[in-house]
Design a protein around this ligand. Structure first.
Ligand SMILES: NC(=O)c1ccc[n+]([C@@H]2O[C@H](COP(=O)([O-])OP(=O)(O)OC[C@H]3O[C@@H](n4cnc5c(N)ncnc54)[C@H](O)[C@@H]3O)[C@@H](O)[C@H]2O)c1
Length: 326
């Protein structure tokens, strides 16, 4: 089995590779990553010399390169993690998000059709559904909920999802989509809430909170997401969307407090800044479909894995050093 993993030097892609390379020693993995500011070869250092792993630096929007790689390796499965992923950046530079997240997906799917790849899997997000009100805690997103993305990032992801579904219907591409909530764990770039809070605390800087921090996110440990993807690429059905979520609903402020408490740092170290434009209030995923159809279950505990994540950042100063220097 040969699997192409795009964006494998980023947060979730590198955790996926680490898990899969150990679990499937007979599979071949190729990672295609253009190493934007969010990509980090430190994330693949554990397995970069494994005989069943190959790294190729390149852009998923580069059609010639993508075709060259597909014709050389004859992949069975393609998993597309490559994306511009930070909402704030999408607000200041939407065009890069449209190019990478939509055109990049199209280039990969065209290559899948041309080289007869058996399965294309698109990594998507709960943000395509827009948000839920804070005062209706019972509301959740289902796979057939309306798409109501709020910012250029989530619009680019929703557009890619629609394109994937159109390729299934029009060209009979064997594709699946997973939509996951906020991941946390090792290897995440320091622009995101948890690693930002940890890294700024470790370097005695103020921790930044958007608005009053009352927006609610649903948190999932990255390996629970990785396990869901493993199930979907092996057992998921063509044209299906699977929601993945952690069922841990916390305000951003609660998460920041929990990190500060663990590091024994005063709450006075919080700096409240203007709220993000179009800030989503709350997300919550209904995950009964992937549980019933594929037998997926959550297996990690938030408090425990948050501590382990903080310890990982403390014990891997190389990761932080490399990222701060750009
Ligand atoms: N982080 C989350 O909480 C979360 C939640 C749900 C879904 N997702 C989705 O999961 C995927 C991975 O997210 P992440 O948090 O690991 O992102 P990330 O920003 O950490 O990593 C993205 C990776 O893609 C690479 N990349 C960017 N543009 C590229 C291009 N044009 N060609 C090749 N490589 C390119 C980057 O170098 C980087 O290594 C994204 O599609 C994101 O939308 C993320």
């Amino acid at each position: 089995m040969k699997i192409l993993v795009t964006g494998g030097c980023g947060f979730i892609g590198s955790n996926f590779l680490e898990y899969m390379i150990k679990k499937y020693p007979d599979y071949q993995f190729v990672c295609l990553d253009s190493l934007t500011y969010a990509g980090n070869t430190y994330n693949i250092s554990e397995f970069k010399d494994n005989p069943n792993f190959t790294f190729i630096k390149g852009d998923i929007t580069d059609k010639n390169l993508v075709e060259e790689i597909f014709s050389k390796y004859h992949f069975n499965i393609v998993v597309n993690f490559a994306a511009e992923s930070h909402v704030d950046n999408s607000i200041s530079n939407p065009s890069l998000f449209l190019k990478t997240n939509i055109i990049g997906t199209q280039v990969l799917m065209d290559a899948c059709l041309k080289y007869k790849v058996e399965r294309f899997h698109q990594i998507s997000t709960d943000e395509v559904y827009g948000d839920l009100p804070l005062d209706a805690p019972d509301l959740q997103f289902y796979e057939d909920s309306m798409l109501k993305p709020s910012n250029p990032y989530s619009v680019s992801k929703a557009s890619a999802d629609l394109l994937v579904l159109a390729y299934v219907r029009t060209y009979n591409l064997n594709a699946t989509i997973s939509r996951c909530s906020n991941n946390y764990g090792p290897h995440q770039y320091i622009e995101k809430l948890i690693p930002m809070t940890i890294s700024r605390s470790l370097s005695q800087q103020k921790v930044i909170v958007h608005g009053d921090g009352s927006s609610i996110r649903d948190w999932i440990y990255v390996i629970d997401h990785v396990k869901a993807i493993d199930l979907i690429i092996h057992k998921g059905k063509k044209g299906q969307i699977y929601n993945v979520g952690g069922h841990i609903q916390k305000t951003n402020l609660e998460v920041v407090h929990q990190v500060l408490d663990y590091l024994n740092i005063s709450k006075d170290n919080i700096l409240n800044v203007e709220d993000r434009k179009g800030q989503d209030r709350r997300y919550d995923m209904n995950t009964s479909k992937i549980e019933a159809e594929l037998g997926w279950r959550l297996s990690f505990n938030f408090d425990e894995e948050l501590k382990n994540t903080i310890e990982w950042y403390k014990n891997n100063p190389e990761f932080l050093k490399k990222k701060k220097s750009g």
